[in-house]
Ligand binder design. Structure first.
Ligand code: PTJ
Length: 256
């Protein structure tokens, strides 16, 4: 944690999060492009009021039900996600339970190894990645993300992705998989193509997913979960999240 950011600074969380990513970059977890991608996310988060909306809460509940109901759920991890949420990724994967697969857009064996090390430091065991044997190819995808593990993403029925590019989401949906996306931009191709999109910052959404999974496991049955999954309408949820951002902008607009 950076000590030069005063805890009473009005933008403390945002500045600490930036510092965490910069540290992740300096430690080799985050790509330089990842820093820029975070900036885009920040802009959308600003429009959201840096709060988890009721629409995100609904998407989180649907996503948790979907992960719990899955036969073979996988959490896909990239550099930014690992730098911001490694503890929560491991906790969530243990709770569901789900496999963790490291899958990078700007792939390098060294960064994969460092991300794996970071997740193991937080208690993860047997993370998958292109360093493991049994790799397979996502059809129709030309980026590095196409190389996936046979026991992980390739054979998964539900995959959770974050800070993702639209191409892979599209290719995974075309393979018949259910994709849950964590993306602050409700109009990105990932957000629009996924089956369930959580329009929220990963730093808020992940702890809420852990709380929600705990609650569902304790209090709800499979009939309840199926009802939540069936009633969830991603297009409507995305439109509402976008409207919320527009409303926030309108409120900020300077009167003539
Ligand atoms: O670690 P790698 O090599 O796999 O690289 C990952 C990056 C992030 C560089 C790569 O996937 C990329 O270029 O992503 P994009 O296409 O810039 O998309 C990132 C999306 O995530 C954008 O829609 C952002 O608004 C969103 N985003 C950024 N930060 C956050 C976020 N969504 C949720 N929480 C965030 N903290």
């Amino acid at each position: 944690m950076r000590t030069d950011i005063p805890v009473n600074h009005p933008r403390f969380i945002s500045l600490q999060t930036r510092a965490q990513l910069v540290e992740g970059f300096q430690n080799g977890l985050v790509s330089s492009e990842g820093l820029i991608a975070h900036g885009r996310g920040e802009a959308f988060d600003y429009l959201l009021g840096e709060e988890t909306s009721d629409y995100s809460v609904s998407a989180i509940e649907a996503a948790c039900c979907c992960l719990l109901a899955a036969n073979h759920p996988v959490i896909s991890v990239n550099g930014n996600f690992a730098a911001l949420c490694s503890t929560e990724i491991v906790r969530l994967s243990n709770l569901i339970p789900a496999r963790i697969e490291i899958n990078l857009f700007h792939r390098s064996a060294e960064r994969e190894h460092l991300i794996n090390q970071e997740l193991e430091r937080k208690g993860a065991k047997n993370c998958l990645g292109s360093f493991s044997s049994k790799s397979n190819i996502i059809p129709g995808l030309s980026s590095n993300r196409r190389i996936v593990h046979s026991d992980g993403i390739y054979n998964a029925d539900v995959i959770m992705v974050s800070l993702e590019d639209g191409d892979r989401t599209q290719a995974l949906v075309e393979m018949g998989k259910k994709v849950i996306a964590l993306d602050l931009n409700p109009i990105s191709r990932t957000a629009q193509t996924a089956n369930i999109t959580i329009v929220d910052n990963v730093i808020r959404a992940m702890p809420m997913m852990i709380r929600t999974i705990n609650m569902i496991k304790l209090e709800k049955n499979s009939e309840y979960m199926q009802g939540i999954i069936c009633r969830f309408d991603n297009k409507r949820n995305l439109a509402n999240s976008f409207k919320l951002m527009l409303l926030g902008l309108e409120r900020q607009s300077i009167p003539e």
